[in-house]
Design a protein around this ligand. Structure first.
Ligand SMILES: [Zn+2]
Length: 382
């Protein structure tokens, strides 16, 4: 079931990324390309703290000026997760912005995620807009992705979350979207083998055409190329990763939100969605042989929030116990309209890659390579 790499096993001597990412490369020190990229490109350009705040202040002032006379001066997508909760707090309390919060309900919110969103809204006295994705369409697209046998079955959820907020921004004339994206917990970007672009609509459409059963009439979509060109340059939407300008240490941020709002932490990144929790702790591990925690934990090692030994210890234990995994397997199967046996058959089916379906890989990575060259994007895409 697990794709066995022909390479012999190797793990980075600096972080915990390993050959479960078959496209990883190592240098003579045994450092992986994520580590090299972090030290060559990300760290020298990243100044969380006084310098970062000084550098971003002119933009903050501009957001405030442009927002005069409007109810809100920027838009923030909130999932209930740590990154989006903390960036909301920072934007409002530390920078004095007046954000409108936007939440996309894709049908898989965990109870804890919902309660955390509520605590942030009430604690900061902010307005919230929620877009609820048509469940029948979401279900159909998710079923199609499972049937396609590609690893990244969270694409429908990701696509909806991303598209809904940028479509909303474009429609309602928001020029500034603040995201929780950050180097501190995400500087190791998983390879495309693990997570292909969820906003490559050519890819999504091909998979849905082959395996879907009903048209996507209201499902929020926004192709990455439209986002990078039309939304960026014609509509003038700017995306601001505010957390890269301030100190953002995961444990400190959790403590601050806990004390301030009674916000409750999750055991692992992205667990505000019950689907993501299942997908990351069960599906990819069992079926494809890789554990996305490896990338999250490696990010924390590189940014000095965990030692390599702590990360190795954490990854050696499964995130969920066997009984919880079995319960979640049944829950997801039932919710997607399958019996446990049908869902097991998909789990055991032959694995596919993004390249087995139509895609715009060339065009999209051309854009990413240009962004790398221009210094707009410091993470690597491969
Ligand atoms: Zn490494």
């Amino acid at each position: 079931m697990v794709i066995m790499s022909k390479r012999s096993y190797q793990i980075c001597s600096n972080c915990i990324m390993d050959t479960s990412d078959s496209t990883i490369t190592f240098d003579e020190r045994g450092w992986c390309d994520f580590c090299r990229n972090f030290h060559q490109n990300i760290k020298p350009n990243w100044h969380p703290g006084e310098q970062g705040i000084r550098e971003i202040m002119p933009l903050i002032e501009k957001i405030k000026r442009d927002g005069r006379g409007r109810d809100h001066d920027c838009l923030i997508g909130i999932s209930g997760g740590l990154d989006s909760s903390y960036v909301t707090y920072v934007a409002k309390e530390k920078f004095g912005l007046r954000p409108l919060l936007f939440h996309c309900d894709a049908g898989w919110n965990s109870d804890l995620g919902v309660s955390n969103i509520q605590k942030i809204i009430e604690g900061l006295n902010l307005d919230l807009v929620t877009e609820v994705v048509n469940w029948e369409e979401m279900k159909d697209l998710q079923r199609a992705f499972f049937k396609s046998q590609v690893p990244f079955v969270d694409t429908p959820q990701d696509l909806a979350l991303f598209s809904a907020i940028y479509n909303f921004a474009a429609k309602n004339d928001f020029k500034y979207v603040i995201t929780g994206g950050n180097n501190s917990t995400e500087c190791v970007r998983e390879s495309l083998e693990w997570t292909y672009f969820s906003t490559d609509m050519r890819h999504v459409r091909d998979i849905h055409r082959r395996f879907g059963t009903r048209p996507l009439k209201t499902f929020p979509t926004c192709d990455i190329l439209k986002y990078k060109t039309y939304y960026r340059w014609i509509k003038g939407i700017r995306v601001i990763k505010l957390l890269d300008s301030v100190p953002y240490i995961k444990q400190d941020a959790i403590r601050e939100l806990q004390e301030r709002f009674g916000w409750q932490p999750y055991p692992q990144k992205h667990y505000e969605s019950r689907f993501t929790r299942f997908f990351e702790s069960f599906w990819t591990v069992k079926k494809f042989g890789y554990d996305k925690r490896r990338a999250y934990l490696s990010s924390e090692v590189l940014t000095g929030q965990l030692t390599r030994e702590q990360a190795l210890e954490r990854i050696s234990r499964p995130e969920l116990d066997e009984q919880t995994m079995a319960q979640e397997f049944e829950y997801v199967a039932t919710k997607l309209g399958w019996t446990v046996e049908e869902f097991e058959a998909i789990l055991k089916g032959p694995n596919k890659r993004y390249s087995d379906y139509k895609n715009n890989y060339f065009l999209i990575t051309l854009g990413a390579r240009l962004s790398n060259l221009l210094g707009i994007e410091n993470r690597i895409f491969r």
